[in-house]
Design a protein around this ligand. Structure first.
Ligand code: SAH
Length: 462
């Protein structure tokens, strides 16, 4: 097989990034945008000894699981990877990915997994679920100012104000900004020269409150004629907060370090379940509030609190899970590395009248072992105990030193929420080798049309 060869191939499998996988005489081809069951014509772009990457040229016979993508830019855009696969099959793929990792990396038997895994939790409407989007501004080939999304792997902007994952309100906001820019001949930022004004716009929408936030990220201290822009934006129904964030650095980081209010409030409010959150331009907040409520509801169900427990919520972010748990526990301790997130967590506890949640800033793998050691010093002959520990780490999972302390604290239950089932599987292997047993597993789809999947797991002390 050589570069530029054109081949006909049947797609038999799906790769971790959603790409189709086919074989020709034992030679494996990875083909983006192809679906299991498709017969496609593809051109080889890169050929290694036993495998290669090919570009789909045409679909000869479409798979029965292939659907027409809702967005006409789905193939070029870097945001979605699997819009061409029916939602039912997307869920099947994600569930298999999670269980496959638990089996391969975690060493759990298929029989056990079959017994304890509950069916994946899907979305009722697998589009328009994101409450947050950051749109870059730039110029197209003809020098026209555009906004949209980056194409996969490049910073070329695909002009599109109507992303199928975002809220429909985005479109009016983006069109308003584009026409303002045209009227006042305002230049978008150019990454190559470092010139131009508008870099990105961050839009947030409160699903429950219907409040809208717009934050303009600019490469200067202010926006000329900004009163006019504010006047236009503030007419949009639900507009609650208009801010600017100055970012004059040549970097891929989108937001500046701070922000300034142009109009309205510095934050919008939204809810997950009964808990109310104030969200400012720089706060972290779950992007799919509907599925987050299901995911954390499930975590709460697994935790099964009676009311007298001490609970640790490690990697707590703005305290979403902590505050959920605090409603039912005696005492919750949250740990998170980002100081601003902890400030938000404390403020969110306060606005909800929650007094039994205490938050620590720091690395979970330092704070928890530190607490454990200090406790032993202060109470000779005793050791710190937790009734329940919840963890929700980033993709890289937990450090072994943290898992070790968790085991020493002998919680009855551990609930692990994970956005990467490979590191989840690795960490479960450790915990199950050190006195815990896997009781429940359930995948939750928070990001339809993409290959990402969340998992929540319950472990119990043997
Ligand atoms: N449950 C949280 C989100 C968890 S995302 C919520 O709903 O808000 C993972 C979090 O872990 C992020 O907030 C990230 O800042 C934090 N984090 C990353 N590494 C960490 C570490 N070593 N110790 C503690 N927190 C960490």
């Amino acid at each position: 097989m050589q570069k530029n060869d054109v081949v006909k191939v049947t797609i038999e499998d799906i790769g971790v990034n959603g790409e189709g996988i086919g074989k020709i005489d034992g030679y494996t081809l990875f083909i983006k945008d192809a679906v299991i069951g498709d017969v496609v014509e593809a051109k080889i772009m890169k050929a290694k000894k036993n495998y290669g990457y090919a570009r789909m040229i045409q679909i000869i016979e479409p798979s029965k699981d292939r659907v027409e993508p809702k967005c006409k830019f789905a193939r070029q855009c870097g945001g979605c990877q699997i819009q061409q696969i029916s939602y039912e099959k997307q869920l099947e793929f994600k569930n298999r990915k999670v269980l496959g990792n638990l089996e391969r990396i975690g060493g759990f038997s298929p029989k056990l997994l079959e017994k304890i895994a509950d069916p994946i939790v899907g979305m009722e409407i697998p589009f328009h679920y994101r409450n947050k989007a950051q749109f870059p501004f730039g110029k197209d080939k003809n020098g026209v100012t555009v906004t949209g999304f980056y194409a996969g792997r490049t910073h070329d902007i695909i002009a599109n104000t109507d992303c199928a994952l975002g809220v429909e309100q985005n479109q009016e906001i983006l069109e308003t900004i584009l026409s303002f820019m045209e009227q006042y001949q305002m230049e978008p930022y150019d990454e190559k020269t470092g010139k131009g004004l508008l870099r990105h716009v961050l839009i947030r929408y409160g699903f429950t409150t219907k409040e809208i936030m717009v934050c303009l990220v600019i490469n200067a201290k202010k926006i000329p004629h900004c009163e006019r822009l504010v006047e236009l934006l503030q007419k949009i129904e639900g507009m609650t907060s208009i801010t600017i964030s100055v970012n004059q650095k040549n970097t891929n980081v989108i937001m500046g370090d701070s922000y300034e209010v142009l109009w309205g409030q510095a934050f919008i409010t939204d809810y997950i379940g009964e808990i109310k959150y104030q969200i400012s331009p720089l706060s972290f907040f779950q992007v799919n509030p509907v599925q987050t409520e299901k995911l954390y509801g499930l975590a709460l169900e697994y935790v099964d609190l009676k009311g007298d427990e001490t609970v640790w919520d490690l990697y707590c972010g703005i305290g979403t899970i902590s505050l959920f748990l605090a409603q039912k526990a005696k005492q919750v301790y949250g740990v998170e590395i980002i100081p601003q997130a902890i400030e938000d967590a404390r403020k969110n506890a306060q606005i909800n009248g929650i007094e039994n949640a205490k938050f620590y800033v720091g690395k979970a793998e330092e704070v928890l072992p530190g607490y454990y050691a200090d406790y032993a010093k202060a109470h000779p002959g005793e050791q710190a105990h937790a009734d329940v520990i919840v963890v929700d780490p980033p993709r890289k999972g937990c450090e072994e030193s943290l898992l070790e302390t968790m085991v020493q604290m002998q919680p009855e239950r551990i609930v692990y929420v994970s956005c990467d089932s490979a590191t989840l599987a690795r960490d479960l292997k450790y915990l199950c080798g050190n006195g815990y047993e896997l009781v429940k597993v359930r995948a939750v789809d928070q990001f339809s049309q993409t290959v990402h999947v969340e998992t929540v797991v319950l472990l119990s002390r043997k």
